[in-house]
Design a protein around this ligand. Structure first.
Ligand SMILES: *Cc1c(COP(=O)(O)O)cnc(C)c1O
Ligand code: SF4
Length: 395
């Protein structure tokens, strides 16, 4: 476990440990697997190398150098985030901002680049390892606002991380308040795991009331506040604290949506998703995305093959009412865009995946079905081969 924690960041908290994990059989507990390092996350050779260094009491800088070398091979910034998504304004880069799809700008507030507890499959893990140059972040609020103002096509801003909800309310306010005056902006989204991992944030933290007032101000300014809650397992919606948190957020006029990746050994089971979607709807949240585990970090350990992912999605989807079928998935957030696996089919004697872009760098690709050869072992878009005699995958 130490060898793995030397490469991937690890952090947990009292709420996760005391209220979410069932300690009767921790190694098979979904929330334990969500938050504690486990064998298999590193390739065998890397695991052996880190164990050797730690056993031999190697100096800290050698351990760090080895960890960094391994991290560098694990695709720390998937889908071209750093090279392709960082925009410019007046010819100068705007760091800590990403703009991939026309309507939505992502902002990474510097004080929000951590989480209350870390998911072991996290695709943002380079944000936490403390190596300069690996982190995407900004504290230049005027530059982010100027960028949004200069782009009338932008309707949505997404504050992301890490988890922006680790920020104190006064700090969060610095990022949100100036956006309220941007006329063309319709929605402010906040991506957060706090609802699941630290619901006290919305109930009993010292600055909770100020936070909820800020949420109310977004609605009063005529904008939609969308809380994009990262919810991985129905158990995360079961405590009295989380229920109270959801009711308090909803009372501000904000809308909660929930999304999560499909993770082997955590939620690779239709009952978990159907339960999560049903419980979300019951508590007034809108199911939004089921993601595919991304091609970074310990992907090999946590990935579910695309074919299996599709079956789990379909088996869960057919158990819930239409109000929960707002969910879309399984979705790969890949280099060219968000690709949904819509189904499998037999076409002209060939077994194929039916795919569709929900979002694309090239907007002309959105909503057009395309096909890939049905490979039961494929875990990511880059594993797929064109089908039906096509020479490329994309539509
Ligand atoms: C998912 C995502 C968005 C938001 O897409 P929606 O379909 O509008 O939810 C925006 N930017 C990036 C980079 C994303 O990955
Ligand atoms: S909440 Fe998101 S950013 Fe934070 S550790 Fe989990 S996956 Fe990573």
């Amino acid at each position: 476990m130490r060898a793995i924690a030397a490469v991937f960041p690890f952090r947990t908290n009292s709420y996760v440990v005391d209220e979410l994990i069932d300690w009767a059989d921790p190694l098979h507990d979904p929330i334990f697997r969500l938050t504690f390092p486990q064998r298999g996350m590193l390739a065998a050779a890397d695991q052996a190398r880190m164990e050797r260094l730690l056993r031999d009491g190697a100096p800290a800088e050698r351990v760090r150098a080895a960890a960094n070398e391994i991290r560098g091979r694990l695709n720390p910034h998937p889908a071209g985030q750093v090279e392709l998504n960082e925009p410019t304004l007046g010819g100068r880069p705007v760091p800590g901002v990403q703009h991939k799809y026309a309507e939505t700008v992502l902002i990474f507030p510097r004080p929000g680049q951590t989480c209350h507890a870390y998911c072991q499959y996290c695709f943002r893990w380079p944000q936490f390892v403390g190596e300069p140059g690996m982190k995407i972040a900004t504290d230049d609020v005027p530059a982010t606002v100027a960028y949004v103002r200069a782009h009338p096509e932008v309707t949505d801003v997404l504050l992301t991380g890490g988890d922006p909800m680790v920020m104190g309310s006064a700090v969060l306010r610095r990022y949100i308040e100036p956006l309220l005056a941007v006329e063309h902006l319709a929605t402010i989204r906040i991506g957060t795991k706090s609802l699941a991992y630290w619901p006290h944030r919305f109930v009993s933290d010292t600055d909770t009331d100020d936070l909820l007032r800020l949420f109310e101000e977004v609605a009063a300014a005529g904008k939609h506040l969308a809380i994009m809650a990262h919810v991985s397992h129905p158990r995360e919606l079961a405590s009295a604290t989380v229920r109270a948190a959801i009711q308090r957020i909803r009372a501000t006029g904000a809308v909660l949506r929930c999304q999560a990746p499909l993770i082997r050994g955590v939620n690779d089971d239709p009952a978990a998703w159907a339960g999560m979607w049903q419980e979300s709807v019951r508590q007034g949240m809108v199911p939004y995305y089921m993601f595919v585990e991304r091609d970074t970090g310990p992907q090999q350990h946590f990935a579910v093959p695309l074919l299996r992912a599709y079956e789990i999605f379909r088996d869960a989807y057919d158990q819930v009412s239409g109000l929960a079928r707002t969910v879309r998935g399984p979705v790969m957030s890949a280099l060219p865009g968000k690709v949904c696996i819509d189904g499998v089919a037999e076409i002209a004697g060939e077994s194929v995946f039916v795919l569709r872009f929900l979002q694309a760098r090239d907007p002309g690709q959105v909503g057009r079905p395309f096909f890939a050869h049905r490979d039961p072992a494929a875990i990511w878009l880059t594993d797929l081969k064109p089908a039906l005699g096509a020479s490329t995958l994309a539509p």
